[in-house]
Design a binder for this molecule. Structure first.
Ligand code: PEP
Ligand code: MG
Length: 890
């Protein structure tokens, strides 16, 4: 016989905390609390398997369920000395849903079930409080009527208001028993009118009605949507908890409350919560009366803390709090009721908390000896550290939503709307807060992005230029807000009939993708000592090294401050857009004869050497990977007529001939065009100059600092071994030339990005000529899925919303596709060279889920934007601990 019903309390505990899947979170914890001796009113849990069986059998219960429920109910009756449905000493119960994870959208609680026209008299007699009995009855009809029978809640509220008006009272407590009797009658009439059915008088019918409502609510649209959003399978089902009622509303020695064992917003070790004297659970949330604080320390002079009002019950609650924390080894969110000064526990579960609280609680609990250091590391969600590193919106501030885009770079920023990078720079220089708004950004906008408080684009995905660059700088960014129409000419942006002009203020929430009209107040980040303690503990256990993607001295410094162990990707193209360089870059690209090109390139050499020297200096003692020029050429082409004329004058050529050259160079599909090593192979002078700049800078800074520098030169977009062979040979020749000129040498590495499927598949061949691989998972995702990084915004969100893809593959690695290629590339590469250094420098290097995957592949390091470095350090530690556990259990 299948066991469908598990008893708890009253001396028989058939469940435990470990049985969450079968009993749901609430049921499992009620059993657990009862079994460790805490005061839990007796009851029973109908298992989640009943829910599944119910749906599998066309909404019919297993044949023996009724019998098991009756037996469990009988046990409750015996334990409390009352009888369900008895006219003199009636047992009343609560009925609550309880899935494995707490799930809003499920059926609300029904209290006082078992009351009817006869039992209400019994309750009045046994409690010696007629008013209480009739108030409880009307509450029951109201709850059952709305939750189980579907009568709109306001129908009851309206009636109550009318009654109060008629009686000339404002407060519920002023309503007498005889008046409640009348109101009960009216409530029943409402039920009849709204549902066409009488309110059930038979307690058994009430009980099964409530049980069916819980199981029915598992499939209601709200629960369905919630499950979909949180990846909860429908097959899990919900459990139903039926429990003997205790009353917090039987007088002034009664109360009900909801609290956390520590402060869930700061993590402070202070009992935190609210309670109400002489009230039932729903009164605390209903907001009719103002709940009071728990501890005297948290109360103001005009408040009545429980510590003072009900000192005995409070003392008992403090004892329970300690037991719970020691037992569960985590901060708990609890519900309790005090009936005639006796405390009863109705729920405990691990409490939701802010990032700051998670951090503090984890560190404190480890230091208190409640948990181990390793557990503390696992208690803090790595992604939540973002909240600690950036300003966030003040949750209390009023907000007026304008539109939404992708949460591309976290933090919150407010400023005036500006549509060009130039204007951003000008206004920022005058000390103004500005937000750069573009349809999309290009490398030309980088200086403006830097000067802006935040960046908003209407096109592009999570690895679009704007997203990648903003993350790198730690600038707030909302990308791909497709609902906004930007009109550069009119200097406006519009959503529906709301139009904002240049200079109007907006606020971006880079953590959610929201764009608000006007200035919303922000709260600055605070980095506590706990943060560095946690980071230190994480560093002790992680295997993966963490580097940063950085090219400016400022970013490199930020990266070091956040604990980066080197640079895994320096995108040299980002260095080419300074006003002092872009002219030479355009001349280099636009000149069609090698001699003129050489002149422009020579002019760029000192700039590059200086760039690299600065980075080597800042990262002194740590590895630095510099990637040779990669991006599609069109990003450098002179766009406007003025730019064209400037280049023509510098090159001594006609504007017409340059216009022709520009159209010859423009490509239909630049992302798959003349970029990466293809550029270096066809214009070898460019790579030669960059290699020279790297080696000259490394030699100079080594001499200056006395520290050996081992530069890592990285070739992008390699698909074939031959490509790397050619570029490597040319680079080695240039290095040899520099060594000869300078009469010295140093160690260096030449490696490649693996960012095309062909490179991953033929990695064994490519490894023959590579000292290291760095997986460029941005391009690898783009090319594996055939999904443009910059255009995916128009349909990718739909794919994710409708479950065609579990997550945005540019954010979290597509393990089955792109991940399989990374694994193949790593294995094939190491077949050829067992000590081949392997890293990843795509955006996935800062994503906790992807980091867990890279740990399983055995990469040596991840590289991510500077502000993600702490996230990656913690995620790497968690991944290492998970691997250790997996190995130990296999
Ligand atoms: C990549 O493709 O993953 C990468 C790191 O290079 P980029 O984003 O510059 O193309
Ligand atoms: Mg790339």
């Amino acid at each position: 016989m299948t066991k469908w019903v598990y008893s708890f309390g009253g001396g028989l505990n058939e469940g435990s905390a470990g049985m969450r899947n079968l009993l749901g979170g609430k049921g499992a914890n009620l059993a657990e609390m009862a079994s460790i001796g805490l005061p839990v009113p007796p009851g029973f849990t109908i298992t989640t398997e009943v829910c599944s069986a119910y749906y599998d059998n066309g909404n019919a219960y297993p044949a023996d369920l009724a019998e098991q429920v009756a037996a469990a109910l009988h046990r409750v009756e015996k334990s409390v000395g009352l009888v369900f449905g008895d006219a003199t000493a009636p047992l009343l119960v609560s009925v609550r849903s309880g899935a494995r994870v707490s799930m809003p959208g499920m059926m609300d609680t029904v209290l006082n079930l078992g009351l009817n026209d006869e039992t209400v008299e019994g309750l009045a007699a046994s409690s010696k409080d007629e008013r209480f009995a009739w108030d409880s009855y009307r509450r029951f009809i109201q709850m059952y009527g709305s939750v189980v029978m579907g009568v709109p809640h306001h129908r009851f509220e309206d009636l109550l208001e009318q009654a109060k008006h008629g009686l000339g009272v404002t407060d519920d407590t002023a309503i007498k028993a005889s008046d409640w009797r009348e109101i009960v009658k009216d409530y029943k009439d409402v039920v009849q009118k709204e549902t066409g059915k009488p309110f059930p008088n038979d307690p058994q019918e009430q009980l099964w009605g409530a049980i069916s409502a819980v199981f029915g609510s598992w499939m209601n649209p709200r629960a369905h949507t919630y499950r979909k959003l949180h990846d909860i399978p429908a097959s899990w089902g919900t459990a139903v908890n039926v429990q003997a009622m205790v009353f917090g509303n039987m007088g002034d020695d009664c109360a009900t409350g909801v609290c956390f064992t520590r402060d869930p917003s700061t993590g402070e070790n202070i009992f935190y919560g609210e309670y109400l004297v002489n009230a039932q659970g729903e009164d605390v949330v209903a907001g009719i009366r103002t709940p009071q604080p728990m501890s005297a320390a948290r109360a103001t002079a005009d408040q009545s803390p429980m510590e003072k009002v009900l000192p005995e019950a409070y003392k008992e609650l403090m004892r329970v709090r300690d037991i719970l924390e020691k037992h569960y080894r985590d901060m708990q969110d609890i519900e309790f009721t005090v009936q005639s000064n006796v405390l009863y526990m109705l729920q405990t579960r691990s409490g939701k908390r802010t990032a700051a609280a998670a951090l503090k609680i984890a560190i404190d609990m480890a230091q208190e000896g409640l948990i181990t250091q390793e557990e503390a590391i696992q208690r803090v969600p790595p992604g939540s550290l973002d909240q600690l590193l950036h300003p966030t919106l003040d949750p209390k501030a009023e907000k007026n939503l304008f539109s939404r885009g992708l949460p591309a770079s976290p933090g919150a920023a407010a400023g005036a709307i500006v549509f060009t990078a130039e204007e951003v720079e000008d206004r920022a220089a005058k000390g103004e807060d500005v937000i750069l708004v573009r349809i999309e950004t290009s490398p030309e906008d980088v200086h403006g992005m830097h000067a802006a408080r935040g960046v908003l684009t209407t096109r592009g995905g999570m690895t679009s230029h704007a997203a990648v660059v903003a993350r790198g700088m730690g600038r707030v960014c909302v990308a791909g807000a497709g609902g906004i129409t930007v009109d550069y000419k009119a200097q406006t942006m519009t959503v529906g009939n709301v139009t904002l002009k240049g200079g109007d203020w907006i606020t971006l929430d880079g953590g959610t993708g929201a764009v608000y009209v006007g200035k919303v107040a922000t709260i600055p980040p605070t980095l506590s000592g706990d943060f560095s303690t946690l980071m230190g503990w994480a560093d002790e256990v992680r295997r993966l090294r963490v580097r940063a993607n950085a090219e400016t001295p400022e970013d490199a410094e930020t990266a070091r401050r956040f604990g980066a162990e080197g640079i895994g990707l320096s995108r040299t193209e980002h260095m080419f857009f300074g006003p002092d360089r872009i002219g030479f870059v355009r001349q280099m690209i636009m000149s069609d004869d090698p001699a003129t090109r050489k002149k422009a390139i020579d002019a760029l050499l000192p700039f590059q050497r200086d760039d690299f020297s600065q980075i080597f200096r800042i990262m002194s003692g740590l590895p630095v990977t510099i990637r040779l020029l990669d991006p599609p050429l069109h990003e450098f082409l002179p766009h406007g007529e003025a730019e064209l004329e400037e280049v023509a004058t510098a090159l001594g050529q006609s504007v017409e001939s340059l216009r022709a050259r520009r159209s010859a160079l423009s490509e239909a599909n630049p992302m798959l065009g003349h970029r990466g090593c293809r550029l270096g192979i066809t214009y070898p002078e460019i790579y030669a100059m960059q290699v020279r700049a790297i080696i000259e800078a490394a030699i100079a800074v080594s001499k200056e600092t006395g520290q050996a520098i081992v530069p890592e030169i990285m070739i992008p977009l390699v698909g074939m071994k031959t490509e790397l062979e050619v570029t490597r040979k040319a680079a080695e020749a240039e290095v040899a030339a520099v060594f000869k000129e300078q009469g010295t040498t140093l160690d260096y590495l030449i490696g490649t990005m693996i960012e095309l499927p062909r490179a991953a598949i033929t990695a064994d061949q490519i490894a023959e000529v590579a000292d290291f691989f760095s997986f460029g998972t941005n391009d690898l995702t783009q090319t594996t899925l055939g999904l443009s990084r910059d255009d995916a915004g128009s349909f990718l969100p739909y794919y994710v919303d409708h479950g065609l893809l579990p997550k945005d593959p540019f954010v979290s690695i597509d393990r089955e596709g792109v991940g399989a290629l990374v694994r193949m590339g790593a294995e094939n590469g190491r077949k050829t060279k067992s000590n081949l250094k392997l890293g990843v420098c795509g955006e996935h290097g800062g994503d906790p889920d992807s980091i867990a995957f890279f740990e399983s592949v055995g990469l040596d390091y991840v590289s991510c934007s500077p502000f993600r470095v702490p996230v990656a350090r913690l995620a790497a530690a968690q991944a290492a601990l998970a691997m250790k556990k997996e190995k130990a259990s296999s």
